[in-house]
Design a protein around this ligand. Structure first.
Ligand SMILES: N[C@@H](CCC(=O)N[C@@H](CS)C(=O)NCC(=O)O)C(=O)O
Length: 221
């Protein structure tokens, strides 16, 4: 296998951002390929070797000749690659709690995506109401679910904490008052950003402050 992994994604935060945190945390040598223009990516997809890859998508990991697609699978691949299977949950209880958290995060991601892609005319009129009806209750659930735990799945860090941190970042960018009112999420955010590798990354030039969402759907960040 290659000396360095290649991580490919658009030059935005999106689905790739929590994987960037994860790669930094794991300390696996890697390089990033950030696609800026759609034709850069779709041109590559049209040619070998990517045109032979059935699941081809962004983000991806390339490890030597091996390509891995699907963001959910990348967390699993990288945990094994780094000999950190503990990040997938060390006990059945942790694995179940991780899966529950992931389910809520997926609902939240979907709702944030709907919010961000409202048309220009609808956005101003609808954003507060949509936030209240489709996002806030999920944020409050997550905040309550974190109560009394250090990390999302319990006492041990797992890969879902990387995804949770990015949702906290998204909330913070959209509505900092609501973010500040959710004590457990805020505590999780503080503790996660104080992990040495994360702290270094967040202060580095590699960190993408924005945008959070794809071209054409810039709203904040
Ligand atoms: N289920 C896929 C979804 C990936 C996806 O929707 N990727 C978007 C960016 S977030 C993309 O532009 N993919 C490139 C393509 O469709 O060729 C995953 O979790 O990785």
């Amino acid at each position: 296998m290659a000396d360095k992994l290649l991580f490919g994604y658009w030059g935005i935060r999106g689905l790739g951002q929590s994987l960037r945190y994860y790669l930094e945390y794991l300390g696996l040598p890697y390089e990033e390929k950030r696609y800026v223009k759609p034709e850069e990516w779709f041109g590559e997809v049209a040619q070998a070797p990517l045109n032979n890859e059935v699941l081809v998508n962004l983000p991806y990991i390339k490890d030597g000749d091996k390509w891995v697609f699907e963001s959910g699978a990348l967390y699993v691949y990288l945990a094994h690659k780094a000999n950190r299977a503990d990040l997938l949950g060390s006990t059945p209880d942790e694995q179940v709690t991780l899966a529950q958290t992931k389910g809520v995060l997926q609902d939240l991601l979907k709702s944030f995506f709907t919010l961000i892609t409202f048309s220009e005319e609808q956005y101003a009129a609808k954003k507060e109401e949509f936030f209240k009806t489709d996002i806030l209750w999920l944020i409050e659930k997550l905040n309550a679910f974190l109560g009394g735990k250090q990390w999302a799945a319990g006492n041990n860090l797992t890969y879902v904490d990387f995804q949770l941190f990015e949702i906290e970042e998204t909330l913070k960018a959209f509505n900092i008052d609501v973010f500040n009112s959710q004590a457990n999420l805020k505590k999780h955010h503080d503790e996660f950003s104080n992990i040495a590798q994360l702290k270094a990354y967040l202060g580095s030039e590699k960190f993408i402050a924005g945008p959070f969402y794809p071209p054409g759907a810039f709203r904040w960040g």
